[in-house]
Every structure is written in C-alpha cells, then in structure tokens.
Design a protein around this ligand. Structure first.
Ligand code: HEM
Ligand SMILES: *[C@@H]1O[C@H](CO)[C@@H](O)[C@H](O)[C@H]1NC(C)=O
Ligand SMILES: *[C@@H]1O[C@H](CO)[C@@H](O)[C@H](O)[C@H]1NC(C)=O
Ligand SMILES: *[C@@H]1O[C@H](CO)[C@@H](O)[C@H](O)[C@H]1NC(C)=O
Ligand SMILES: *[C@@H]1O[C@H](CO)[C@@H](O)[C@H](O)[C@H]1NC(C)=O
Ligand SMILES: *[C@@H]1O[C@H](CO)[C@@H](O)[C@H](O)[C@H]1NC(C)=O
Ligand SMILES: CC(=O)N[C@H]1CO[C@H](CO)[C@@H](O)[C@@H]1O
Length: 373
C-alpha cells in the first residue's frame, strides 16, 4: 500500500533517530524539525529544585553495607568521570548510570562531600549540554560494553562522553578524543600519572604532582594532538579535575594531602572505593585550582590543525574573567546547542539555567537570559 512519506517519518529515517529515542539522550544540537518529532514522544519530567547542602558534613564511612561495589552490567552507562562512575558502581547513583541532576548533586555530596554550590554548578553545566531537559535525565557516559559501531550510535556513546562541550582534551587518565576513545581508563596515561607521583611526590599524588602533571599533559596534547583545544570551559575543568583526586579520593581521616597510588587507581580504573573508605571531612569546593594554573601559567588556546602550533585564544575566558566563563557558556555554548527552543523545552532550559547561575550569582556577574525571562 502506498503511504505518503510525511516530513516526520522522513526526519526519523534520515537521522538515525528511528525507533526508540532513549529518554536519557541529549536533545542538544537537534534541529527544530527533529525536536518537533521527538518531543511529543518523550515523557515530560519537570525540573526539580536542586538539593540543599548536607546537614552533617563530617567524614564518615561511605563504602558501607548499603553501598556495595558491583561491576557495571553491559548496558550500564559509565564515562570519563571517575567520581560519578564510582558513585554509580556503589549505588549512590542509579547503577545504570542514568540520573537526574538532583540525584547527582545528592550523590556527590553524600558520597564525596562535594560543596553544594560547586556541585550545582558542575552538575547543571553538564546537564545543560549533555542531558535531556525534557525527561530530566543525564547519562554519565555510554554503555560500558563498547560495541565499536562506526559511526558511533548516539544511544550507546553519549551523555558525558560527548566531546568538546564538557568532556575535553588533556585529561589525566583518559585520552584526547582525537585518539578515538575519550572516556575509558588509559593504562599509558596512568603510567605517566604514577611516574609523576614517584618523581614529584615520593610515590604519592599531591598538589606538587598535580601542578607538574597538569602542565605535562598540556605539553603532551600540544605535541601529539593536532586538534588539541584548551579554551573555556575545558581550560577551567582541566585544572579543577587535577585537584579532585586530592580532595575527594583521599580518605577523610587523612589530613596530609598525599594520595596513595593504589587508592587512586581503584577510583580511576575500577570505579571503586577502597575498603573502609571515609569521605572527606567538610565540604570540598574550588580550592587550589588557580594554584595549579599559576605554577605553570599558560593562556587558553589551541593547536591550529598541526602539531606544536599552540596559539593563545584571546576570546576565551581565563582566571581573570570568571564571569565570562559563565556568560560564554550560556550565550555561546548552550545557545549554540539550543538556538531557538520553544514551549516546554524553553521553560525547562530557563529553569535549569537559573539553577546553574546560583554558583556565580552576584552584582559583578548579572544573570544572562538567552531565551528571555
Ligand atoms: C558534580 C557532578 C560531576 C560531573 C557532572 C562531572 C563530570 C566530569 C566530566 C564530564 C569529566 C571529564 C572531563 C574530561 O576529562 O574530559 C570529569 C572528569 C573528572 N572528574 Fe568529574 N564530575 C562531577 C563530579 C566529580 C566528583 C565528585 C569527583 C570526585 C569524587 C570527580 C572527579 C573527576 C576527576 C578526577 C576527573 C578527571 C579524570 C581525568 O582527568 O582522568 N568528578 N568529570
Ligand atoms: C537537614 O535538616 C533539616 C532541618 O532539620 C531537614 O528538614 C532536612 O530534611 C535535613 N536534610 C537532610 C539532607 O537530611
Ligand atoms: C592511550 O593514550 C595514549 C596517549 O594519549 C594514546 O596514544 C593511546 O592511543 C591511548 N590508548 C587507547 C587504547 O586509547
Ligand atoms: C609532595 O610530595 C613531595 C615529596 O614528598 C614533597 O616534596 C612536596 O612538598 C609535596 N607537596 C605537597 C603540596 O604536599
Ligand atoms: C599553524 O601554526 C604553525 C606554527 O605556529 C604555523 O607555521 C602555521 O602556518 C599555522 N597554520 C595555519 C593553518 O594557521
Ligand atoms: C547574552 O545574550 C543576551 C541575549 O541573547 C544579551 O542580552 C546579553 O547582552 C549577552 N550577554 C553577554 C555578556 O554576552
Ligand atoms: C567526539 C569523539 O571523538 N568522541 C568519541 C568518544 O569516544 C567514543 C568511544 O570510543 C567514540 O566513539 C567517540 O567518537
């Protein structure tokens, strides 16, 4: 029987969106035509208010009987963040690796004592670029069973694995996307992490090691990745993440700032707390980030398509223009991914943009409204 090919059917067939559109799959970058087809098929879950701070922020046992480690099942999502991977593998997050922003904030607070405003900033940044504002779900990566599909099936590779909006180059234990796999633990890079900890930290990872390794990883990318990009927001997250192992992976009863390598490896490779692990004592925020940048100053920039061609980019925010980190992320990155949202999508984006703003809110950095108020 002849059936006219309507526009919606055409879009679905033509864009590999045919069949089920997974509820966690990001809507970022889809055209209005695609959104018009997909949105009616999704169950709307309105944004929840973000959780407040913990009442009790003391160090305490978090690898407890209620949160046993279990290996990821083949369809569970895992990605580039060893913190979120660990929370999922211990059941602080849904073990399938698909979570709401509120679940992520609760988990990073409960499981790692991440500071409330910082947790909101990071979570809503990631959610706005890599999550689904309609279903209120974010995937922490792709399926743990890599299928090697080429081109990658976005139902399998997605969420936080998405390159260049949050995930980026010059990670400590994950390779640059240029080399193919941007999110799995990489043994070669781990060996460099261990080598630097031996050379600069007498066998431990500490802030001295963090500064040297951060600089070395940038040099590695300049020399080996022609597409290397080190502009905002990656410029900031790379320095921030270099401080995370010391803040979050060190046992909360320890006060010396020296992280054991076998403990670090358990988090980075196995998404696993050590036995008897206590979370940090007191909320952990942004301390130490600039200290790493100052140790080896380097301006935001990029290679120009060839190796060893690092060129500073004066348009990128840096540590002297923190409000620009926020305004560019909203006005350029998010607006670029969602140029003209309407209806329930616009409302959801606006709510989440409001939560994202809370971290930086103040008279020196007024809120920006790319979609009106
Ligand atoms: C609050 C929500 C969080 C989100 C959305 C998030 C997301 C991410 C993403 C997307 C990356 C990859 C960046 C890249 O290397 O390209 C990353 C890296 C990282 N995250 Fe998280 N993260 C969060 C919280 C945490 C917490 C609580 C910890 C520690 C317990 C943590 C530890 C790390 C570390 C150490 C890296 C660097 C990995 C490396 O360079 O090898 N993150 N995170
Ligand atoms: C913190 O304490 C307040 C007031 O006692 C209570 O309403 C709230 O539920 C507590 N929050 C958590 C996360 O336990
Ligand atoms: C691991 O990282 C190195 C250095 O970036 C890269 O050359 C290599 O291809 C990566 N290995 C895998 C299996 O991705
Ligand atoms: C890191 O460890 C090395 C070797 O023990 C030590 O010289 C250095 O002061 C430590 N740095 C910090 C910040 O603890
Ligand atoms: C890239 O930078 C290199 C080294 O700075 C320079 O020689 C080359 O002309 C540049 N290429 C382009 C396409 O801009
Ligand atoms: C951001 O975009 C809004 C509207 O699109 C505009 O009014 C505002 O001036 C922009 N702000 C900055 C700092 O670019
Ligand atoms: C943009 C990009 O290179 N993303 C890659 C991240 O890693 C997955 C899994 O290896 C690749 O399929 C993606 O292409």
């Amino acid at each position: 029987m002849y059936r006219p090919l309507n526009f919606a059917t055409f879009v679905l067939a033509a864009t590999s969106l045919a069949g089920a559109f997974p509820a966690h799959r990001s809507l970022a970058g889809l055209s209005n035509e695609e959104l018009a087809v997909i949105l009616p098929r999704l169950e709307v879950a309105p944004p929840e208010n973000p959780p407040g701070p913990l009442n009790d922020t003391s160090a305490k046992l978090v690898n407890d009987a209620d949160h046993p480690w279990k290996p990821a099942a083949p369809n569970d999502m895992r990605g580039p963040c060893p913190g979120l991977n660990t929370l999922a593998s211990h059941g602080y997050l849904p073990r399938n690796g698909i979570a709401t922003p509120a679940q992520i904030i609760n988990a990073v607070q409960e499981g790692f004592n991440m500071d409330n405003t910082f947790a909101k900033f990071v979570t809503y940044a990631a959610f706005l670029v890599d999550g689904n504002p309609i279903t209120n779900l974010l995937s922490i990566g792709g399926k743990s069973s890599l299928t090697g599909e080429d081109p990658p099936n976005p139902a399998i590779v997605g969420g936080l694995d998405t390159h260049a909006v949050f995930e980026g180059d010059t990670s400590m234990t994950r390779a640059d996307a240029f080399f193919g796999d941007n999110h799995s633990f990489n043994q070669t890079l781990w060996d460099e992490f261990a080598d630097f900890s031996n050379r600069f930290g007498a066998g431990k990872y500490n802030m001295t090691v963090a500064a040297e390794l951060r600089f070395q990883r940038i040099q590695d990318s300049i020399a080996t990745n022609p597409t290397f990009s080190f502009i905002s927001p990656r410029y900031f997250t790379a320095y921030a993440e270099s401080t995370f192992p010391i803040k979050f992976f060190k046992d909360g009863r320890q006060t010396d700032g020296q992280l054991d390598l076998d403990v670090a490896l358990g988090f980075f490779r196995d998404s696993k707390y050590p036995d008897d692990f206590f979370r940090p004592n007191g909320p952990q925020g942004t301390d130490g980030i600039e200290e790493l940048a100052i140790a080896h100053p380097i301006a935001p920039g990029a290679n120009n398509g060839t190796l060893n061609s690092y060129t500073p980019d004066p348009n990128s925010a840096d540590f002297t223009t923190l409000c620009k980190l926020y305004t560019d992320f909203v006005n350029l990155t998010i607006k670029g991914l969602y140029p003209s949202p309407t209806g329930v999508l616009r409302d959801a984006l606006n709510r989440n943009l409001g939560f994202f703003y809370e971290f930086i809110a103040g008279p020196d950095c007024p809120q920006v409204f790319p979609y009106g108020q």
